[in-house]
Design a protein around this ligand. Structure first.
Ligand SMILES: NC(=O)c1ccc[n+]([C@@H]2O[C@H](COP(=O)([O-])OP(=O)(O)OC[C@H]3O[C@@H](n4cnc5c(N)ncnc54)[C@H](OP(=O)(O)O)[C@@H]3O)[C@@H](O)[C@H]2O)c1
Length: 288
């Protein structure tokens, strides 16, 4: 992968760190896009050590603030004249309903709207890079969004549960991936989604998830896989020749996996794109 440029969001810890380390080991110029500069710099040092590659960089990205997303995209476009791999990995689950800087419910905002704006802002550079790949880290948890997206309450103002908001945000990752794949037809750019598996990472820890859900999250930790094993599917989609030219898929354990009926809806994918465009532009952020 010498000469290629890979950007991984949320690469300071967990699955993102492992994904970045693997791509750097494969020779890609690797950019860690993270919200905390101190954590990101420390992660860059450890990724350089682990990979043996000095070609590891940091970009500031807070997905809970679309102004930061816009600035990150501009920064990446300024610093790198190609973009071969974009791994939208960062995400979280939160006990309480919180809002982003622009007032969107945080799970929807951080897990979907931020990555949506980042990707769309980088799309021309991805299109200009032959064979570029977009990897969105979704989850098996999307199956729990049985009623699909709540179109009349996307910001969970009427009803909020942590797992409900999370599972719908992961469904949104799949719908976004599928619509991206449609819009990228006829180009050499692909978009696919990954389920990492149940991973022993910082996910839901650090006070993000309290109460019964927080206890449950801790109880299952001994049975979860390592972050390195969890990163394997993202790395496969980002780098393996086996998936060259394949787009619009959902993979777990580096194999095609079954999406929910909701995730397979072309109408929902198109509707989410339109809704996301309207929300982002309504908040004052232009789209190319
Ligand atoms: N762990 C699992 O079992 C599991 C299963 C299925 C899917 N996933 C998905 O895998 C992805 C990675 O999760 P993980 O397990 O590696 O968890 P993690 O260790 O908690 O990592 C999450 C990453 O996202 C970053 N992040 C959170 N909010 C952000 C924001 N506003 N702006 C930018 N970055 C932000 C975190 O940064 P900070 O360190 O600054 O908080 C961290 O780097 C997520 O999308 C998650 O939904 C995880």
């Amino acid at each position: 992968m010498q000469g290629s440029v890979a950007v991984v969001t949320g690469a300071n810890s967990g699955i993102g760190w492992e994904t970045a380390a693997a791509l750097a080991t494969l020779g890609a110029t690797t950019v860690l896009a993270c919200r905390d500069r101190t954590k990101a710099e420390a992660a860059a040092v450890s990724v350089r050590d682990a990979s043996g590659s000095p070609d590891v960089h940091v970009a500031d990205l807070d997905l809970a603030d679309l102004a930061s997303v816009e600035a990150c995209a501009a920064d990446l476009l300024e610093r790198f004249d190609r973009l071969d791999i974009l791994v939208n990995n960062a995400g979280g689950i939160w006990s309480e309903r919180r809002t982003t800087v622009q007032g969107f419910e945080q799970t929807f905002g951080v897990n979907h709207l931020g990555p949506f704006l980042l990707t769309v802002r980088l799309l021309d550079r991805l299109r200009a890079t032959a064979g570029a790949r977009i990897v969105n880290v979704s989850s098996f948890a999307h199956h729990a969004a049985v009623g699909g997206m709540r179109w009349d309450d996307l910001q969970a103002e009427r009803h909020y549960t942590p797992f409900g908001a999370y599972s719908r945000s992961k469904l949104a990752n799949l719908l976004f991936t599928r619509e991206l794949a449609v819009r990228l037809e006829g180009t050499s750019v692909t978009a696919n989604a990954a389920h990492p598996g149940p991973v022993r990472s910082g996910f839901g820890m650090d006070g993000d998830l309290g109460g019964i859900a927080g206890w449950g999250n801790r109880l299952v930790r001994p049975f979860e896989i390592t972050a390195k094993a969890g990163a394997a599917t993202s790395v496969y989609l980002a780098a393996s020749p086996e998936v060259q030219g394949r787009s619009g898929g959902y993979y777990a354990r580096s194999r095609p996996a079954r999406m929910s009926v909701q995730a397979r809806s072309e109408a929902a994918a198109a509707r989410l794109w339109a809704a996301s465009e309207a929300l982002v532009t309504g908040a004052g952020f232009g789209l190319p």
